[in-house]
Design a protein around this ligand. Structure first.
Ligand SMILES: [Zn+2]
Length: 559
């Protein structure tokens, strides 16, 4: 028994074997049952979705001797019966009344003329002469015109079926005479079910996850998935995840998990080690890129308690989802999307991806601003981020060296210096902050409405932490606090701060923060300078000027 060519061995012979096209099958069976056959059928859909299989089964059913029985008792009689002369001839590919033409090989008008001529003869064993023209979009214009003539007045004993992946190329006059049937790409689940049936029938050893990966890889095509099974089977005794990954050149789930954890823990050594390992060296940058997104997506859904990708071991994804924060997943996704076009343009995609991973660790977005050299120079790439990344949980008590009265001066100095080092958006955020010294910690208080930018602010820490330490003292720590009272950004109502609620810092949340007048004044001054911001100085506002350069005219909003 040949182990090769599963596609041919498991050729579809009945409507029941066709997966994922229930609507089309219902229409065809109904037209058989009601004896309302159209002279021309047009099957269209992507490759591998079952167009020719369905057309052949339908053709077999039209000429099946049991058709009249099916019309009487549709629930008892299966159609095609597979046992009558006509059905047997179809299975042997020797039916005199079923003519299949590959239009890709026979585009010329002579072939169509031959069809037209033969269509006038009566069928030999079936009730109709059936013509299946596969890849019909490849027909020449002259062929289409010749075909059109017979489609306008088809002989009563002839039935035409056109199959195509590109329905737009079928000329309108032909298309409008067809009964059109759209076949959608087959769902991965349906493909997996079919693969399972075939694997069991062939006694192929398999892992369910591996079949899922193969089904997904099939992209809506059972044929492609079966071809992949054959490739795996020719090299490995069992269809396991590892075997499939090897054949596809993908990284295995455990290594991918290690990569994500190393990224999350900012472990540069581990990342470099992984990237230089044999497994990563053997994958292509495109495959790696897709796989990273696949993991990100699965981890996102796992965080919501939904298993989305059966191709990745559930335990691995749920472990990853437990370890990595939503913010981290969001950050990585955004960074990768931001750089996807660059990846397509570069001649050194592998190095580009490696560089991006390191950028994730250093939490800089230098790559996204690669045209802005001044900005890159300003970005700090110190991999060891300050302990302030998670300040809300890690406030360490140190001697307080700043008095409440001098905080305003410190904050002013900090803002002046930090303006040179950070992006305009970060500066704008810090500029709206209210600095308050509380016990041993400088609180950076922002309105609750800006909370969505907390991650952005945290990610920028490496660019301003040195200035912060220089101004406030190296032992001083800081923490963010967001007040629910959004009116605090309204300079006309500065006294509202008295009822400010703490929302992030557990250790401080029971204490009402009363702000002194110095702070309020400082805050008002900041609001005023913010409103008067002058963007003309390109050295201070490199990114804004870059945007203005490329988007001349009136820019009303820069995000
Ligand atoms: Zn039959």
């Amino acid at each position: 028994m040949s182990i090769l060519n599963l596609t041919r061995k498991f050729r579809i012979l009945s409507f029941e074997e066709i997966v994922g096209q229930q609507l089309v099958i219902r229409m065809l069976k109904n037209s058989l049952y009601t004896d309302r056959l159209f002279p021309v059928y047009l099957f269209f859909g992507q490759h591998g979705c079952g167009k020719t299989s369905i057309a052949r089964v339908f053709g077999m059913a039209v000429n099946c001797k049991s058709l009249s029985l099916f019309r009487k008792t549709p629930k008892k009689q299966i159609i095609p019966c597979l046992h009558c002369d006509s059905c047997l001839a179809m299975q042997k590919n020797s039916h005199p009344d079923f003519i299949e033409i590959d239009a890709a090989s026979y585009t010329g008008v002579d072939n169509i003329r031959a069809i037209i001529e033969s269509a006038s003869y009566l069928p030999v064993i079936g009730s109709k002469k059936i013509y299946l023209i596969d890849e019909a979009h490849m027909l020449s214009k002259a062929s289409f015109n010749a075909l059109l003539k017979i489609l306008e007045e088809p002989p009563a004993n002839a039935l035409f079926m056109l199959a195509t992946t590109d329905v737009e190329k079928i000329i309108d006059t032909v298309r409008s005479r067809c009964f059109q049937l759209f076949l959608r790409p087959i769902a991965s689940q349906d493909i997996q079910n079919r693969l399972t049936i075939i694997a069991q029938a062939e006694q192929i050893q398999y892992d369910t996850e591996a079949l899922w990966v193969i089904a997904e890889q099939g992209n809506g095509s059972v044929r492609d998935a079966l071809n992949l099974i054959e490739r795996v089977r020719s090299a490995y005794p069992k269809i396991s995840l590892d075997a499939v990954y090897q054949v596809l050149g993908k990284i295995n789930d455990l290594l991918m998990k290690e990569l994500f954890i190393a990224l999350y823990q900012k472990n540069k050594n581990a990342i470099v080690k992984l990237l230089s390992s044999e497994a990563f060296a053997h994958t292509t940058p495109t495959v790696l890129w897709r796989q990273v997104f696949q993991f990100l997506r699965a981890a996102w859904y796992a965080k919501q308690g939904v298993e989305i990708d059966k191709g990745i071991e559930a335990a691995i994804i749920s472990e990853l989802a437990n370890i990595c924060s939503t913010e981290f997943l969001g950050y990585v996704t955004a960074l990768l999307y931001k750089n996807e076009i660059q990846l397509l343009k570069t001649n050194t995609p592998r190095f580009f991806i490696e560089h991006l991973f390191i950028a994730i660790v250093t939490r800089t977005e230098a790559l996204a601003y690669e045209n802005d050299h001044t900005n890159i120079q300003k970005k700090k790439t110190d991999p060891v981020l300050s302990s302030a990344v998670d300040t809300t949980e890690k406030i360490i008590c140190v001697p307080n060296t700043i008095s409440t009265s001098s905080i305003a001066d410190h904050a002013k100095r900090f803002l002046v210096e930090v303006q040179q080092a950070v992006t305009p958006m970060i500066y704008s955020l810090l500029n709206q902050a209210h600095f308050v010294v509380k016990q041993e910690v400088v609180l950076i208080i922002l309105p609750q409405s800006l909370r969505m930018l907390e991650d952005v602010l945290k990610e920028s820490e490496s660019t301003w932490i040195d200035i912060f330490k220089k101004v406030f003292g190296s032992k001083i720590h800081y923490a963010y606090q967001f007040t629910k009272d959004t009116t605090c950004i309204d300079e006309k109502k500065p006294t509202i701060h008295k009822n400010m609620e703490t929302t992030t810092i557990d250790s401080l949340e029971n204490k009402t923060i009363s702000l002194n007048t110095t702070n309020t004044r400082l805050y008002n001054e900041q609001i005023q300078t913010k409103n008067k911001t002058d963007f003309t100085d390109a050295s201070k506002w490199p990114q804004v000027n870059l945007i203005l350069k490329y988007f001349p005219g009136t820019t009303t909003f820069i995000e």
